[in-house]
Design a protein around this ligand. Structure first.
Ligand code: NIG
Length: 390
């Protein structure tokens, strides 16, 4: 779009900039947001003039969601695994190999179309920035292929070769880690911005994850880690020690983990849709936030443990079951996600920020938790995932 755009007649604006309005969310009533070249030019009183105008008609506007953890590039279906879990079977991550088989067998065109469909879905649900991991290729060619596909939709691409030991390396995890850190990383370092590893019993231990992260750092990638998903473990401490931007899941946290997070720049990213879908206990975010740690919420959209792109759903779960206030949950899904990606341009609506916004078909942000399951996203404006335009 050429020229300026104004989102006018905003009943309640969540700017995430306390210098613009009330409280930590920077709440402004009767506002207008003026955008040019995908950037916010100004936040003004309603009635502002521009080349193009969207009338929010008193609705609530907030920054587009920043979903800092997803696995969108995959083929195949694991609905039967979900049903088995609902019948009492535990989640153990072993289904990653099922998706790996399906993903390796799919053509690039099919995988790209499948990913595009999920991006369209995420965008309709208000996501304007999304991180996408590989991790269902688990060989040199397919990991690079998945990262190339991810790169068509986002700059936030993550190499997750250390997701699970593939079947052909059964019993030879160290040999697989060596491959991840050599030929696989060589092929991934171009299309990937980040490197990640799954630090969990049954996946990779702390030493193996440290080896992978160190190799990634040498290759110039930023660091992230899956940790403390299925039980207490060394993931959080390792992520803090390595200076990871984020440690994701954090379902099981000890007091020492919380203390370490609070004294670090590592964001604790909660993925409550995963706890929902795997019947894990929800983590209590209260002591984490009260200790001063930075937190984010993300979808973890993947075919095994969390097949949803809905950040609104994650917000509702976080408020209902993780004891976040609605304000904390919204921040975690916007500026918190931005912090987990070490971004300052997204997750807020204030002069100079990205012009990525969501218009809710509701008068206030409270409705995101108050009306769970209702499609409240009236419009999604700007943002990276725009296949075929907004
Ligand atoms: O974040 N924890 C590891 N990876 C995904 C699950 C992948 C799968 O089950 O396919 C997760 O939950």
């Amino acid at each position: 779009m050429t020229g300026t755009l104004v989102i006018d007649n905003i009943g309640l604006l969540i700017s995430n900039d306390p210098s613009l309005g009330e409280g930590p969310l920077g709440l402004v009533t009767d506002a207008a947001v003026v955008i040019a070249d995908d950037r916010v030019l100004a936040v003004e009183p309603s009635g502002s003039v521009a080349d193009h105008r969207i009338d929010a008609a008193g609705r609530c506007v907030l920054p587009g969601f920043v979903d800092s953890h997803s696995h969108l590039v995959f083929a195949g279906d694991r609905a039967s695994e979900f049903s088995a879990r609902m019948a009492g079977r535990p989640y153990d991550g072993g289904g990653i190999r099922v998706t790996t088989d399906a993903t390796r067998a799919a053509s690039t065109a099919v995988l790209t179309d499948l990913t595009r469909g999920r991006i369209v879905e995420a965008r309709a649900a208000g996501t304007t920035t999304i991180e996408i991991k590989s991790g269902y290729g688990l060989n040199v060619v397919d990991e690079a292929r998945c990262l190339d596909i991810a790169g068509e939709f986002t700059d936030e691409t993550t190499f997750l070769g250390a997701h699970l030991v593939p079947a052909e390396f059964e019993g030879r995890a160290d040999a697989y880690v060596e491959l991840v850190c050599s030929a696989m990383l060589d092929a991934a370092r171009g299309p990937a911005k980040w490197i990640d590893a799954f630090c969990e019993r049954g996946a990779f231990d702390a030493d193996q994850c440290r080896t992978v992260l160190e190799a990634g750092r040498r290759a110039g990638l930023g660091l992230r880690l899956h940790g403390n998903q299925l039980g207490h473990g060394p993931g959080v401490q390792l992520a803090v020690e390595m200076g990871c931007a984020s440690v994701d899941h954090c379902t099981y946290l000890s007091d020492e983990d919380i203390e370490a997070l609070a004294g670090s720049d590592t964001v604790a990213t909660f993925l409550p849709a995963t706890d929902f879908s795997t019947r894990q206990p929800y983590p209590n975010a209260r002591p984490v936030i009260d200790a001063g740690a930075r937190v984010a919420l993300a979808s973890n959209c993947n075919p095994g443990s969390s097949y949803t792109t809905s950040m609104s759903f994650c917000i509702a779960l976080a408020v209902r079951d993780m004891y976040m206030t609605i304000e904390e949950a919204i921040q975690a899904a916007t500026s918190g996600g931005a912090a987990a990606l070490r971004r300052t341009d997204v997750g807020r609506l204030s002069p100079g920020s990205a012009g990525h916004a969501v218009i809710l078909d509701a008068p206030s942000h409270h409705h995101l938790a108050y009306r769970p399951g209702v499609p409240l996203i009236w419009a999604t404006i700007g943002g990276e995932p725009q296949p075929g335009g907004s």
